[in-house]
Write a protein that binds this ligand. Structure first.
Ligand SMILES: [Zn+2]
Length: 337
């Protein structure tokens, strides 16, 4: 349980803090502006202004919904790896490849020594935090996923490439912490892809986070976690964010043999369906997760980023998530009295 870490950072959160994983749907005018920018019909500054409006739009929606830890919604990002690869020296965007689902993206290529040149997310984090009293979570893509989703033409092997990326991504976390970010999420969707490489992912995460005064979350979303449990508990972050509520894995059985030792952000919304989960259904998912960790250790989130949903779907889903969480919170507080 890491409530003490948060308190030490000056962050007071209610029981079962609610947050989102990161990406939110882009408003239509931003989608149009990004297309225009790609065709050369708009300057970076003009595009950023449209993106800033979109960040403000989502901050306001998140406040209205009553979420506890806010995000900027990643309005300025396309792909989660390409966004960083594009800005790191030594990496560039390669040809189009097909990704998860029916999406194409430019797979990054490591062509030389990777080097962090300047903050990549700090300006956006600062912009968002300056417009709300609630804590804004900073989010970056982790070195293991950066490595796994890129072609490596420079480093001798995957581990060396991953650790080199870790040393550079640490500079981004340092810059975020210096700017005042207290909660930092490291996205590692590739975490469970190769169970034999889990030690590399852990080593890389340690390089990124060690000794920094921030509360850290690893977002791993979908994967074959049964193959990396309990080893994944050695990730040196305070909170593991897992999409476990729809997964077929017997988490209760797994955790009986090896108790979960971290804060757990439980995914309770399926981001791949437009169906809006009922308050009752979300409540059941939260209550199931309460069997896994002490209640002070449980956070509530969607399974993954909501960027593929419409704005209306995302708002409705999150609304039910917050309502369900409040009901569970109220009854937990009542039963403790
Ligand atoms: Zn995810």
């Amino acid at each position: 349980m890491n409530r003490a870490v948060l308190q030490h950072l000056g962050i007071e959160l209610p029981l079962f803090p609610t947050t989102t994983v990161g990406s939110l749907p882009k408003p239509p005018d931003l989608v149009a502006a990004r297309a225009r920018f790609a065709r050369g019909g708009m300057s970076q500054r003009e595009l950023d202004e449209v993106a800033e409006e979109a960040v403000l739009f989502w901050l306001q929606r998140q406040e209205e919904l009553g979420l506890d830890v806010l995000v900027d919604g990643e309005m300025y990002r396309g792909d989660m790896v390409a966004y960083f690869a594009d800005q790191l020296d030594g990496m560039e965007l390669g040809g189009l490849v097909r990704a998860y689902g029916n999406r194409y993206y430019h797979k990054p290529v490591i062509r030389g020594a990777v080097r962090w040149e300047q903050p990549m997310t700090v300006g956006w984090w600062r912009f968002a935090q300056s417009h709300t009293q609630k804590p804004v979570k900073a989010i970056l893509t982790g070195p293991y996923t950066m490595m796994d989703w890129s072609f490596n033409e420079y480093y001798p092997d995957r581990r060396v490439a991953c650790l080199a990326l870790a040393h550079e991504m640490r500079k981004e976390v340092q810059a975020l912490a210096a700017a005042g970010a207290k909660i930092v999420q490291i996205d590692e969707p590739a975490l469970s892809v190769r169970p034999d490489e889990l030690p590399t992912a852990i080593e890389a995460t340690r390089i990124v986070t060690e000794g920094l005064a921030v509360y850290t979350i690893t977002h791993a979303c979908y994967g074959a976690f049964e193959h990396i449990y309990p080893g994944m508990l050695n990730l040196p972050t305070h909170n593991l964010d897992l999409a476990i509520s729809q997964s077929a894995i017997d988490w209760i059985g797994l955790m009986r043999s090896a108790p979960f030792t971290k804060d757990l952000s439980v995914g309770v919304l399926d981001v791949h369906t437009y169906t809006v989960e009922s308050v009752h259904a979300v409540r059941e998912r939260i209550e199931r997760a309460m069997q896994l960790v002490p209640r002070e250790a449980l956070w509530v989130t969607p399974d993954c980023g909501l960027k593929t949903r419409t704005i209306e779907e995302a708002i409705e889903k999150l609304g039910n998530m917050v309502t369900a969480t409040r009901q569970v919170r109220d009854s937990a507080v009542r039963s403790a009295q």
